[in-house]
Structures are given as C-alpha cells and as structure tokens.
Design a protein around this ligand. Structure first.
Ligand code: GLY
Length: 427
C-alpha cells in the first residue's frame, strides 16, 4: 500500500509515525514533510499541496492508494474532491464539508439550523462597516471578532471595548486577512475551560477520540498572543464521561445535520468546545486533525490507523471501535524566538537524539529540515513537539520536560506550564 500524506508539521510527523505502525506496512510519502519525516518516510518537497490537480496527478502517476490530507488549505481548496475524481481514496472531507472550517459563517448557519449550542453571533458581509458599527454600540464586552475564512489562526480577535472591536472589524475589511476577512462575524465571548474533541466520521457514524487540552497563548499563565498551540495533553482528568458524551452528541448532530443537507462529511471533525456553566458549546470546527492535539492522540491510539482511515473512506466506521493505551500524553512545543511574530530560521538544533532516549519520549518535528551539510535546522515558528507518554499525567509531564532540557537551538523558547494545572481552566 502506498500512502501520500500532505503537510509538513508536527501533526503530519505524528500521522506518519502512526501509519508506519500499521499491519499494512505502507510505503509512505510526505509532501513537503520535514526533517523528522525525512528519516522515516520519503519527503516530496516540490508538490504544491494546495493545487488539487497537481496532487491528484502526482497520486495517479505514483500509484498512490490513499491520500491523507493534513492541513485545512488543501481541504478547502478541493484536494480531496480531485483525488476522489481519479478513483483514488482520500482521507479528509471534500470541499463542501470542509467549509465547516473554511467559513465560520457557514458553520454558524449549520449550528443554528441543527440546534447546536454556540455563542450568539452576527455576520457582516460586503464590508458593511456602518452596520457593524451600529451593532457594536449595543453589545456586551468583551466580544469576539472573527474573519470568516482561513487566516492561519490569526483571524480571531478578542475585543475588550467598542473601540477595539471597531478597529478589529476595520482591520478585517481593510484586507489584513485577505479574502478571509471580507465577511466578519461578531460573536459573544464565552467563558469556561476549553476542550478539543476530535472524532473520526464516515458521514454517518461518529467515533470520538479522547479529549485533549491545547494551550494557545504564547507564554506561561496564558499570557501573550495567540499561537497555533504551545503544548497539549490528553486525556483531560477534569473532563468526565458525561461531558464527553454531550460533546460527542453535538458532533454527531452536526454530521447528521450536514448529511440531511446533502453533504457527506468523511474524515476528522474537530470540535473546539468551551465548557460553560450551561454545558459544552461549540467555539469552532476544524475539518482536520488538530496540531498539536494529534501529537498526543495518535501515540496513544492502539487501533491500526490505516484500518480506521479506510473505514472512514469506505463508510464502514460503524463496524469499528477505537482502542487507546491507558497512558497519559503531554507534548511541549519548542518555538523560535519571536513566534508568533517574525522569527529567524536556519538555526542548528542539537540534542534531539538525547531527548528521544528519555523513557516514553518521542520528539515530533514541526518546523525543521535537514540541511545539505546534514545539520538539522529550524525552518518555522513551531519547531519541535516533545511528547511523552507515562502511566500518570504527572510522570508524562516530568518526562516531557526532562527531554526538553536535552534540546537547544538559538532563540528557543517554550511554555513551562503545560499540563501543570489539569484541574484548572487553562485554555
Ligand atoms: N490546536 C489548534 C488547531 O489545530 O487548530
């Protein structure tokens, strides 16, 4: 079996690692991949992964049996559709379903039509700044301003005052997020701890993974700007089975609602939930595996990931249940100085082998590459995900941070409080 994985982050390294544990013993290609995937699979650095035709042609020419789509860009661009049209299996939703991530206004519409609890919101299209200004005079603060489309995690602004909210709307309409900001949502600010619940779905059956908690702010104590995620752990001891069942029911209702509207969703549906005093509410959906959530979920998955993906694609997920190791997982992100703002790259990374030698630890690569001289160097903002498994959350955390001490590169920074407060409300 030949599998092509699209993407080059820590999420894709963790996906490749899990695929290679399969009884199907697949040959795995990764486009573009990174310094970590280069040592376990074949990197394909010159494929334009947002181009549906280019990906479908590559897959057909290279006898690929399954294309696994990691990031949201190719999903929203219609890569799954193009691959399926060539008779090749694609893991990841087709473009109409990927709109659940590609358009926040579309996702809100689905939630409204199918009674999914979420924050109150208003949508402003066609750069209607006057209407937004009028609305912003009569709402409670803080409030959340969101660019409708994909903005690499940057299009969500929490405004504490009317002036900040107005400036955020103007920023979107002035093109700061390109086309993504042509439509703007103004949404109620919801209070409570966050939880990521990802599920596999074949469009009919929804099978949840275990809950994970991401830490989105750059610095300790949830200070600093929002990032793609600075660390994560799973499972989350403070989230009981009853709450997981409620979140799962909301994901099932979403997928069933889409099916009733003629949209069959196949792949991973990621619910970003906020656990409010009146129960879980959906903050957002992602149409893919989370990053860094995948780095703590897939190392704990003991089911064969290829079998799960084929069941999703073939519509037989109802015949399958997921198996998980009893361990806890903690992952600490090592980032380039300056991230999520501007940062330098091409810094030599030392100590990854020593970190990998710590019991229970796997270092997933995110923004790395192997230079022509053989050195492992930084290429991105989030550089490495140091992930540890252990029978308790405390031990997993100790192992992860012990491994972190082995690694160094110029400007490296990380949060020191990942999973430090598992019964608190970190988000
Ligand atoms: N962890 C956030 C995301 O994957 O979007």
């Amino acid at each position: 079996m030949r599998i092509l994985v699209l993407g080059g982050g820590g999420r894709e390294h963790a996906i490749v690692d899990a695929l290679l544990r399969s009884r199907h013993a697949p040959e795995v290609f990764v486009a573009p991949g990174n310094g970590g995937t280069a040592s376990i699979a074949t990197n394909v650095s010159d494929l334009v992964i947002d181009d549906p035709d280019a990906v479908a042609t590559y897959a057909a020419d290279n006898n690929v049996d399954l294309v696994v789509i990691g990031p949201e860009g190719p999903l929203v661009a219609g890569v799954a559709d193009a691959v399926l049209a060539r008779g090749i299996k694609a893991f990841g939703p087709a473009a109409p379903a990927a709109r659940m991530e590609g358009s926040k206004a579309f996702a809100k519409g689905v939630m409204r039509r199918h009674g999914i609890p979420t924050g109150e919101s208003r949508t402003f299209a066609e750069r209607k700044l006057d209407q937004a200004t009028y609305y912003l005079r009569n709402v409670d603060y803080p409030i959340v301003v969101k660019a409708d489309g994909l903005a690499a995690g940057k299009g969500v602004i929490i405004a504490k005052t009317q002036e900040e909210a107005q400036a955020a709307v103007a920023l979107c309409f002035d093109g700061a997020f390109g086309e993504a900001g042509e439509v703007v949502l103004v949404e109620e600010f919801l209070k409570g701890p966050e939880c990521s619940l990802l599920a596999f779905t074949d469009g009919v059956t929804v099978v949840p993974m275990e809950p994970a908690r991401d830490h989105k702010r750059a610095f300790d104590n949830d200070e600093g700007p929002n990032t793609g995620g600075m660390g994560v752990y799973s499972p989350v001891p403070s989230i009981d089975e009853y709450t997981v069942a409620k979140m799962t029911a909301l994901l099932q209702r979403t997928v069933t609602g889409l099916y009733q509207e003629g949209i069959r969703y196949r792949g991973v549906i990621y619910g970003g939930f906020i656990l409010t005093a009146s129960g879980p509410k959906v903050l957002e959906y992602n149409a893919r595996f989370g990053d860094p959530e995948t780095q703590v979920l897939l190392p704990r998955l003991t089911s064969d990931l290829v079998d799960v993906m084929l069941a999703v694609v073939d519509g037989t997920l109802g015949d399958l249940s997921l198996m998980w190791s009893g361990d806890y997982a903690v992952s600490v992100v090592l980032a380039s100085g300056g991230y999520p703002g501007p940062y330098e790259t091409d810094k030599v990374i030392k100590g990854v082998e020593d970190a990998n030698a710590v019991e229970g630890v796997t270092v997933f690569h995110a923004g790395t590459a192997l230079r022509a001289d053989g050195a492992l160097v930084t290429t991105g903002g989030r550089v490495l995900d140091v992930t540890a498994l252990a029978p308790t959350l405390r031990e997993a955390r100790q192992r992860a941070y012990e491994a972190v001490t082995k690694i160094s590169f110029d400007g490296m920074f990380f949060r020191s409080d990942i999973a430090a407060n598992p019964f608190g409300s970190e988000a």
